[in-house]
Write a protein that binds this ligand. Sequence first.
Ligand SMILES: Nc1ncnc2c1ncn2[C@@H]1O[C@H](COP(=O)(O)OP(=O)(O)O)[C@@H](O)[C@H]1O
Ligand SMILES: [Mg+2]
Length: 330
Amino acid sequence: MPLLSVKDLAVRFETHDGIVRAVDGVSFEMEEGETLGLVGESGSGKSVTNLALLGLIPSPPGVMSGVVNFDGQEITKLPEPDLRKIRGNRIAMIFQDPMTSLNPLLTIGRQLTEVLELHKGMGYSQALRQSAAALGEVGLAEPEKRLAQYPHELSGGMRQRVMIAMGLLCEPRLLLADEPTTALDVTIQAQILELMAAVQKQHGTAIILVTHDLGVVAGSADRVAVMYAGRIVEEGPTQDIFNSPVHPYTKGLLSSVPRLDSDTSCELSSIPGSPPDLAEMPPGCAFAPRCKKVQKECLLTQPDLVSSGSPQRRHACPIASLPASREANS
Ligand SMILES: Nc1ncnc2c1ncn2[C@@H]1O[C@H](COP(=O)(O)OP(=O)(O)O)[C@@H](O)[C@H]1O
Ligand SMILES: [Mg+2]
């Protein structure tokens, strides 16, 4: 049984401008200890997918549907108090900007010990010792001193380490890391990714790594899922996706990455046009208006995500699997 199985996850926001379909039928599975890279342009539904997994969609305006099974339990059915026991405990989340997720009014020590008191029922002094150890584990010097400090007294890299320490405090089975290194400079970024990989190896944590940076995915993810307009359009082992992308959108993203072993990171910005308005989705493939290979049928029906080649690979482009001659004739 996979650690996480997501079936037909959908989130819509009922706004003044119409119904925004932020996530629209997302399905995937994850095994223990695995890293799944979730990539796609800004607004493609990556963060909303992660929030939905934790039952954190604000409602109203959000409405969520679908089934999420985690560790043998259907968590989409759980009442809020039970979900709260899972969040920060068996499923942890690291956000892009630690400044918005750390409480500026509380010391680092207070924020860490609170997690252990709440989820592990520890007393304060034991929680404090464990928190210091956790800060040491993420490479922060003088952990006792850090515990007494407030978030604004630390550098960005240090705050991100604190977030990771906090995320890993309860040894979660699954870590949702949403752009965990985006705000950091390249050197610190590499250190943080290395740190996450080390902790993952030690604890067998599965990680969903959300990023718009293909360099990060190439170095850290076992598998990649590419999102476009709220749907997964291609998925497969990282090497396969980089070596032989199928979906025109994935190809477009990758054309901005010169080499897999290149050390320059690359933003997803090379595809002309912009993503569709999620409140006014066209009937066919959401990528069709920007697609070089577009054909008549692309404008009519929304393509399903289907297996291609190996069972591990899926894509949602019927045109891409046609023989080249048909493509060339169009
Ligand atoms: N609370 C909300 N109300 C209305 N729309 C929202 C809300 N949260 C997210 N969205 C919309 O959902 C879409 C997906 O957002 P998001 O998952 O944050 O994208 P990503 O993380 O891929 O950049 C965006 O169009 C965003 O504007
Ligand atoms: Mg996001």
